[in-house]
Design a protein around this ligand. Structure first.
Ligand SMILES: Nc1nc2c(ncn2[C@@H]2O[C@H](COP(=O)(O)OP(=O)(O)OP(=O)(O)O)[C@@H](O)[C@H]2O)c(=O)[nH]1
Ligand SMILES: [Mg+2]
Length: 351
């Protein structure tokens, strides 16, 4: 039955969905219970919230006993930059080496598996934007820490890193996708950052396997924009394995790189931003030039009104006139508030 939930409740619920640690989840649940309208229609929900809170408290105290309190905070990564991309893959596939090669992150690299034990973020610059890339422990059916799938889910996009130095690359690909799917993490082909960076053809349906069909009226499973990064292109036999991989995984774009030799790393930086499916727009004041070093990064498909809201909520509320300088418009063309912007557009907003 409709319980007339308030925006405050919805906001807390959203925080719960985004929460990565037990502590964050607990805080959000307590908030939900505090702000839920207290009437007959929400009694069942209140009971349910109380049960979930008590169960989480148990889990937190168990976790504390197992690992000592000191580790708790380190599994969650504070978001920064235009968006967050997670590096997922089997042990030793070269995830940490890639992050070290494209950012200033201080990550540990080792010949042995499970070198990385906690999420390690790094900021990757591409042109005038920064993307947060999170290096994670390996995805392994038995040995991965229980919080790993949560860290993966909280990213905006995923790169699956598979080693071209490994004879088992196809099996590793299969296992990684199977594990992701077991955690209800489905990939959809990421969008090339710029049109000429269109590496392999894709569009087929083998690995990683089709996502469950969307039913009409029911929101389908969440899908993360994905890219396969085939690492260690410098290894002997790498090109042959790349061919096999492309054949086995036609449903996702593949980018081949070598952290050791520095091959493909500029493209990788561009892909990190491309995967977010966002655009950069710039604002200018009347009669002045735009500041091209400080874009507003907003979802692809955003309208002028949505861009105005990202700049300032007052702009969105009182927007009278918008002008656009862009590839599809003539200079300073007046546009309506539902005009869909594209990457690189400059807008002038007047209230
Ligand atoms: N030849 C070659 N070796 C590489 C490359 N990148 C990484 N390696 C080697 O592969 C091994 C594993 O590298 P890591 O970056 O630690 O791999 P990882 O995926 O982070 O490993 P885990 O943290 O255990 O999951 C190390 O011995 C690296 O030196 C590369 O581009 N070429
Ligand atoms: Mg690592």
């Amino acid at each position: 039955m409709p319980a007339n939930l308030t925006p405050a409740y919805r906001a807390a619920e959203e925080r719960y969905r985004e929460a990565r640690t037990y502590e964050e989840k607990l805080a959000a649940l307590e908030e939900m219970l505090a702000v839920i309208p207290k009437h007959k229609g929400t009694e069942k929900m209140q009971g349910d919230l109380r049960r979930r809170i008590s169960r989480l408290k148990d889990q937190i105290s168990q976790q504390g006993r197992k690992s000592g309190a000191r580790h708790k905070a380190s599994y969650s990564v504070r978001r920064e930059g235009a968006g967050q991309v997670a590096l997922v893959g089997p042990a030793n596939s070269g995830k940490s080496s890639l992050l070290a090669a494209v950012s200033n992150a201080d990550v540990e690299i080792g010949e042995y598996p499970f070198t990385t034990q906690t999420p390690q973020p790094g900021m990757v610059r591409w042109e005038n934007v920064q993307v947060q890339v999170v290096d994670l422990p390996p995805f392994d059916p038995e040995l991965s820490p229980p919080w790993l799938s949560g860290s993966v889910r909280s990213a905006d996009a995923l790169t699956v890193v598979l080693s071209l130095a490994s004879d088992d690359i196809l099996q590793e690909a299969e296992e990684t996708f199977a594990l992701l799917q077991r955690h209800h993490i489905w990939l959809t082909p990421g969008r090339p950052p710029v049109p000429d960076l269109d590496p392999t053809a894709w569009g087929g349906e083998s690995l990683p396997g089709p996502a469950p069909p969307r039913e009409e009226g029911v929101p389908g499973p969440r899908r993360w924009p994905g890219l396969i990064v085939a690492s260690k292109l410098d290894a002997s036999g790498a090109t042959d394995r790349l061919g096999l991989l492309a054949e086995a995984c036609p449903a996702l774009p593949i980018l081949a790189v070598s952290a050791k030799e520095g091959w493909g790393l500029d493209d990788l930086r561009a892909w990190f931003f491309g995967l977010l499916d966002k655009i950069r727009v710039y604002t200018k004041a009347p009669g002045k030039k735009a500041d091209m070093s400080a874009p507003f990064v907003i979802p692809r498909g955003s309208t002028v009104l949505e861009a105005a809201a990202a700049v300032h909520k007052d702009f969105a509320r009182h927007l009278k006139l918008a002008k656009v300088w862009g590839r599809r418009t003539f200079e300073g063309q007046a546009v309506s508030r539902d005009y869909v912007l594209e990457d690189g557009d400059i807008i002038e907003l007047r209230m």
